[in-house]
Design a protein around this ligand. Structure first.
Ligand SMILES: *Cc1c(COP(=O)(O)O)cnc(C)c1O
Length: 471
């Protein structure tokens, strides 16, 4: 399998070449040259497989530069009941008639990002050992990504993590999750500033090519293809659990921010998994909902990006969206460039309204969308508690609201649960008047010793810190 750039660069790469890379050299995103197809015989066979083996089968279609026995061992080591809390790894439960919740948040940091990041940690360690190389991961987080990356990379050979976060802006639980890690290869950097300052620092350091090369700086952000690929697997696992041996279609609703999670659903659907509809659920930051309703994609300025009670979906632009639009415009890299480089670069928006391409987003690719507000979130949390004695986190609540708006009789609707409620306890308290239960292993983490340095919002200070801690 070869990978291409959405912006038309002539080079073709193999999986392990793009594994440790971010953007393609022309600023595009990597995608496979084609989507491998599944048929009913394959689906019937895969239905019976444990999660780790299902992951191996799917990854094998996209990875041909890791020997199969090694890849199988990596999957087996990643997707275990010890790490993900159950034999099924992603158990599905029916909430009400036709509406299901797929549990993706029982990994080490209690958000679905563990599903991909745990695999990434093992792939990185494997590939770096094979090359005899090292990597220093520099990231910016407002919560879930940073902790998932740290728990995936802790103790891994050849990898250090330097994770910046806005000082004092994460929830106490999220802070404790990250700062209580005592592993030598994990560095928490609390930046005096906001999340955008952290992102600017990461950009500035990455743009210093001499520094980047000297200190082998890499990232694990959501545009990484391996992360997206890992997420494709749980669409298959959810599908198998929602259908009992027939090949009837299923729909998915996905709480969305950077469009990574739902893009994995798009890939699964392109492979031939019988997915009827992919519902994109957004919060008040409705860049994506606006596109799927109107055909206009308009990125927001920092000042127009709202701080909401589903903060992991607070985005001004959706970094993986370009992958879907590439398919939407028939994989025409020239057209893609005119949208993302010319229109978006110049005017901060592009407009596909009234075009045949836009009509295909729903008709051919099965996309729909919804938007929710803080009040919706609280109402869904209360209602789900009252009727089903189930607590959902605010992002999953956004998903449930959207799912009900697009429910079709006879088509199971699977809502992807993106985090456990304890991560966002303040909103649960606001909705219900009490804190959600916390898994035993997180009892008292706020009181543990913290390993974190505080630095000013200055790329030079972060560079100096990295240099000091690499030898
Ligand atoms: C990351 C995250 C999202 C958004 O996922 P994308 O892949 O960026 O669309 C939603 N909910 C939670 C809890 C998250 O951590």
């Amino acid at each position: 399998m070869n990978y291409l750039s959405t912006r038309g660069h002539p080079d073709r790469k193999r999986f392990c070449e793009i594994l440790l890379e971010g953007l393609a050299p022309d600023g595009g995103l990597y995608l496979p040259e084609h989507y491998p197809q599944v048929d009913t015989a394959m689906l019937a066979k895969w239905r019976e497989l444990p999660y780790a083996e299902l992951a191996f089968e799917i990854l094998s279609l996209y990875i041909d530069d890791i020997p199969p026995a090694d890849l199988k061992a990596i999957c087996a080591k990643t997707y275990t009941p010890e790490i993900f809390g159950s034999e099924e790894i992603v158990p599905l439960r029916e909430l009400e008639d036709g509406v299901y919740l797929e549990a993706l948040s029982n990994g080490p940091t209690l958000a679905f990002k563990d599903m991909a990041m745990q695999l990434l940690g093992n792939l990185f360690e494997y590939e770096l050992a094979r090359r005899g190389a090292e990597l220093n991961i520099l990231g910016a987080t407002s919560g879930d990504t940073g902790s998932a990356a740290e728990y995936a990379m802790r103790g891994k050979k050849g990898v250090r993590v330097f994770m910046t976060s806005p000082d004092g802006r994460m929830s106490p639980f999220q802070q404790a999750q990250m700062f209580s890690l005592q592993d030598e290869n994990i560095h928490n950097i609390a930046v005096t500033g906001v999340f955008d300052d952290c992102q600017d620092i990461v950009k500035a350091v990455s743009n210093d090519l001499a520094f980047k090369r000297k200190y082998r700086i890499g990232t694990v952000n959501s545009i990484n293809w391996a992360r997206l690929l890992a997420q494709v697997v749980y669409y298959f696992a959810g599908y198998f659990q929602a259908t009992a041996g027939n090949d009837k279609p299923v729909s998915f609703t996905v709480p969305s921010g950077n469009f990574g999670n739902v893009c994995a659903g798009h890939v699964a659907r392109m492979m031939g998994l019988p997915i009827q509809t992919l519902v994109v659920a957004t919060n008040e930051n409705d860049v994506l909902d606006e596109f799927f309703r109107t055909g206009i994609y308009r990125v927001r300025a920092a000042a127009d990006t709202h701080e909401t009670s589903s903060p992991s979906m607070d985005i001004s632009k959706a970094s993986n969206f370009e992958r879907f639009v590439f398919d939407l415009v028939g994989r025409d890299a020239g057209k893609l460039r005119s949208l993302f480089v010319d229109d978006l670069g110049r005017e901060g928006r592009f407009d596909l309204s009234g075009t045949p391409a836009f009509a295909q987003a729903a008709e051919r690719f099965g996309f729909k969308s919804s938007r929710s507000t803080h009040a919706d979130r609280l109402a869904v949390i209360r209602d789900t508690d009252k009727r089903f004695a189930t607590l959902v986190d605010p992002h999953t609540a956004d998903g449930l609201k959207a799912a009900r708006e697009h429910l079709v009789l006879g088509v199971p609707m699977v809502v992807l649960e993106t985090a456990l409620p304890i991560k966002f306890a303040a909103t649960l308290v606001e909705a219900l008047g009490h804190e959600p239960a916390r898994p035993a292993r997180f009892e008292g983490i706020e009181a543990l010793p913290k390993r974190v340095v505080k630095l000013p919002a200055d790329a030079e200070a972060v560079k100096a810190y990295i240099a000091q801690n690499c030898d």
